[in-house]
Ligand binder design. Sequence first.
Ligand code: LLP
Length: 421
Amino acid sequence: MMTSDFEYTDGELYVEKVPVRKICEDFGTPVYIYSHNSIRSSFLEYKEAFSELDPLICYSVKANSNISVLKIFSSMDSGFDIVSSGELQRVVVSGGDTSKVVFSGVGKTEEEIEAAIRSRILFFNVESEAELQKINDVAVSLGEKAPVAIRVNPDVDPDTHPYISTGFEKSKFGIGIEKAVDVYRNASRMRGIEIRGIDAHIGSQIFDLSSFSESISKLVYLADRLGSDGIEVSYIDIGGGLAISYESEEKPPAKSEYARVFEEHLCDTSYGLVLEPGRSMVGNAGIMSTRVLYVKEGTSKKFVIVDAAMNDLVRPAFYDSFHRIEPVCVGSSESREVVDIVGPICESGDFLARDRSFPEVSAGELLAVFSAGAYGFVMSSNYNTRPRAAEVLVSGERYCEIRARETLEDLLKAESIAEFI
Ligand code: LLP
C-alpha cells in the first residue's frame, strides 16, 4: 500500500491529490473514499513479490465489490474469487475474465452452479461431498463437465479472530484433509466433474507466516499423493488471509516474505498457484469519512457522536476491531481527551472507537476512519432505516461517485402494505 495516497498537507487530509473535505462537501457524509493508485499498487506489489511463481491472483470480491473497484482489477488482468452469482454478475459487468474466476462458499445453490458452469469459470472450490454431487448433477444435465478443486481443511490454527478463522478442524468450511483422497477418488469417477485443483483458506487477517507454510505443505503433500494415485491436479489454491496494518505499530509480513513461503514449497513442482487476497488488496486503499453531529459529556465518559454508525462500518461492533480515526482537518488545539466515538443507532454496540485518546473536536468537524477499504461498505446495512453511504473513487486530481448515496425512496421501494391489514 502506498501510504502517500492518504496524507496530510498543510493540516488537511488528502486522498491522492484531492482534499477529503472537498469530497465530503460534494457528496455528503458518511462517505467511503478509495484511492485508485493504492489499489493498483497493491496488485502490482503482489505481482512483483510473486514473480518467481507467477500465480493466478484472484482478487476476493467480497472485500470490496464495487464495480469500479473490480474494473481496476480486470484492467490489470486479475482473476476473481467469488462466493455468489451476484458477485459473478459484478465481475462480468466490470469486464472481468470469467475463465479466471474461482467460486468458493459452503452453500452454492443450483442456480448459482448453473450460472457459473455457463460462464466457464476456472473452477469451483467444493466444500462438501453433497455439493460435489450437486455440481456433478447440474453439469450432467447441461451436458458439460464442471471444473473443481476440493476445499480441504488443513487443520491449521491461524491465531486470528475466531469469526474469521476457518481452517481448523471444527470449522464449517472444507473437507477434512484425511478424507480428501476418498472424495477425490469419487470425484474422478463422476461424469460431470473435471478435477483441476486443491484449495484451502485458513482465515483472514493472519500475521503468522508459519500457518501459511503449514497449510501449503499439507496441500502439496496431498497433491503429490493424488498424483501417485493417477489423479492429476493442476492448481493449488491457497486462499487469502494476509494481514494488513490497522494500527501503525502493527507490522504484517511483507508480500515478498509471504511469497517466499510458497516459493519454498512450490519451486520444484509443476503446480500452478492461485491466490485469493481480499483485505491485503484494498483494506488500506480506502477510508470512511464522517461528520461530528454532537459532543456529549456523559456522567463518566465523553462521547463524540458522528453521522456514521454500525450499519455503515460494522467491524468495530462485530469483531471489536480497531480502526485508526483522525480529524480530516488538524485543529489548532493540541489537547487530547479520552472519548468514545459512536453512531446514532439505538444499540450500545454502535461504536467506531472506545476509550480512544482523541484531539478535542466539535460539532460539524469531519473525521476519517482509516483502513476501511475492505469489509467496509460491503458489510453495511440499512439497520434503523439508514440509507447506505456514497462511495467515491479518487485518481490523482480526479474523483467521482462510484455509488450514489441511497435515498429513502430506494429503501422503501421493495416494500408494500399487505391488502389484508
Ligand atoms: N478466500 C476465501 C474462501 C475467503 O473466505 C476469504 C475471506 C478470502 C479468500 C479473502 O480473505 P482476505 O484476504 O480478505 O483475508 N468480514 C471480516 C473478514 C471475513 C473474511 C471472509 N473470507 C472482517 O471484516 O475482518
